[in-house]
Ligand binder design. Structure first.
Ligand SMILES: Nc1ncnc2c1ncn2[C@@H]1O[C@H](COP(=O)(O)OP(=O)(O)OP(=O)(O)O)[C@@H](O)[C@H]1O
Ligand SMILES: [Mg+2]
Length: 423
């Protein structure tokens, strides 16, 4: 799919803006702070209802205004559509598809699909487990929008149960009737937490299994320059295959591994990252049992953790405690990988997302915000070769020369709030 038009009102630094876009590569360049990232952030927001830079909506609305409106005309396999989002900080957003209001904001998800690369992606490798959980959940929603509801249900139940645990903990060692009443309430929440958590766990596990070969291949392609072979057939339905002749040797020094470390089924024992030899496409423990099995496992794990949860006033078991463990050459990426290796792995996660999202479907829009400035020349060229065939690629760069020639396309300059065609 691709955007044919982007229009903004009171979004970030833009009062009013409307630009025409086409398929292929489009580059936005201009001095620092002129509004390049703001543009692509808007495209990302239309696709995900979130920003890659901030966790709250207030900074997205132009200073002095009380709401922002974002519009994209999208051309895709299903025909043309118009996606509109009104951002109301502190209140629910309003969304329209083809001018009809939708009941819930999340009903718009899927109308526009994007994969966004940004300097912030380094945190996927170097940051806290929460960064990687968010990566998984956002990708899950991009692959199947119904997970937006699954995720928000889980977060709501978790918030309520955590509040209950906290207040029970604050009341010290409860005895007798008081303890029984708290226990009964907690039991009710345990059931709800397991019911809401199991589908999220299952979705994440399946996602990790599907993503794993793409990450390994993309890491190899980005870091060592394996030929980027676009294996799409003439029917255009095939996915991306980065594997050339020189595929990584299992367990080799640059082999990446990715394991979903689940607080619920951890005791089942998972293969050590980078151990090699084993079935690297193996499912996560517990995945085979499906959603009902995971719900039962979660109930069991929650029952076992009950005493410590009451002591500590936090919810110790569930998808919110899990970790996506990444490793390179058998060592955890976080804390061990070099800066360049971390970058390659972060890029590989995004490239793998792209490969997965286009499998059997139309391409999502690729967005690269200021990424080339962060990379050495080799990685720039390899990344460029891997993405240049995307249906639509939107790139921002302060220095146009940082963008490899293979990505020549439409050019815009961004200066003083004006976005102009440069060719
Ligand atoms: N809510 C807002 N209201 C008004 N201006 C804003 C708002 N949010 C951000 N800005 C302004 O937008 C500008 C930043 O724009 P942006 O991040 O798109 O720059 P950029 O062109 O990507 O720069 P760089 O090359 O440094 O990445 C800043 O000058 C900032 O003050
Ligand atoms: Mg920027």
């Amino acid at each position: 799919m691709h955007l044919t038009r982007l229009a903004l009102n009171d979004f970030r630094s833009y009062g009013e803006l409307s630009i025409e876009l086409g398929p292929g590569v489009t580059t936005f360049s201009g001095p620092n702070g002129e509004g390049k990232t703001n543009l692509v952030e808007a495209v990302g927001y239309l696709a995900t209802l979130g920003s890659h830079r901030v966790a709250t909506d207030a900074p997205l609305v132009r200073r002095g205004a009380d709401r922002a409106v974002l519009r994209a005309a999208v051309s895709g396999a299903q025909g043309d559509s118009l996606v509109e989002v009104e951002v109301n900080p502190g209140r629910a957003n309003r969304v329209r598809l083809n001018r009809s209001p939708l009941p819930r904001p999340r009903d718009i998800l899927g109308a526009l699909r994007t994969v966004l690369f940004a300097p912030e992606d380094l945190a996927l490798v170097k940051g806290d487990p929460g960064e990687r959980r968010r990566f998984l959940d956002e990708l899950l929603v991009a692959t199947a929008p119904r997970y937006a509801g699954v995720r928000s249900d889980y977060e709501r139940v978790l918030r309520q149960r955590t509040a209950l645990l906290k207040s029970a903990g604050a009341r010290g060692n409860l005895r007798g009737a008081a303890r029984e009443s708290v226990t009964a309430t907690l039991d009710a929440w345990v059931a709800q937490l397991a019911r809401a958590g199991a589908p999220l766990l299952h979705g994440r596990m399946r996602l990790v299994t599907a993503l794993r070969p793409h990450v390994a291949a993309a890491y190899e392609a980005v870091s060592r320059g394996t030929d980027a072979t676009d294996s799409r057939g003439t029917d255009g339905t095939d996915g991306t295959d980065y594997r050339g002749e020189g595929e990584a040797v299992p367990g080799g020094a640059s082999e990446t591994a990715m394991i979903y470390r689940c607080s619920v089924v951890d005791s089942a024992g998972t293969a050590e990252p980078g151990a090699g030899g084993g079935d690297r496409s193996a499912e996560a423990p517990g995945q085979a049992e499906g959603v009902p099995g995971l719900e039962t496992a979660m109930l069991k794990a929650l029952a076992a953790a009950r005493a410590s949860e009451l002591d500590r006033g936090v919810c110790l078991v569930g998808p919110h405690r899990d970790e996506l463990e990444l490793s390179i050459g058998g060592l955890p990426a976080r804390g061990y990988a070099s800066h360049g290796e971390s970058w390659s792995l972060a890029l590989a996660l995004r490239l793998a997302s792209f490969a997965l999202l286009r499998e059997g479907r139309e391409d999502p829009v690729l967005i690269l915000d200021d990424v080339f400035a962060e990379l050495d020349v080799g990685r720039r060229e390899r990344l460029a070769a891997l993405i240049s065939g995307g249906e639509q690629v939107l790139i921002t760069a302060a220095v146009p020369a940082d963008v490899p020639d293979v990505l020549a396309g439409a050019r815009f300059t961004v200066r003083a709030g004006a976005v102009r065609r440069a060719d």
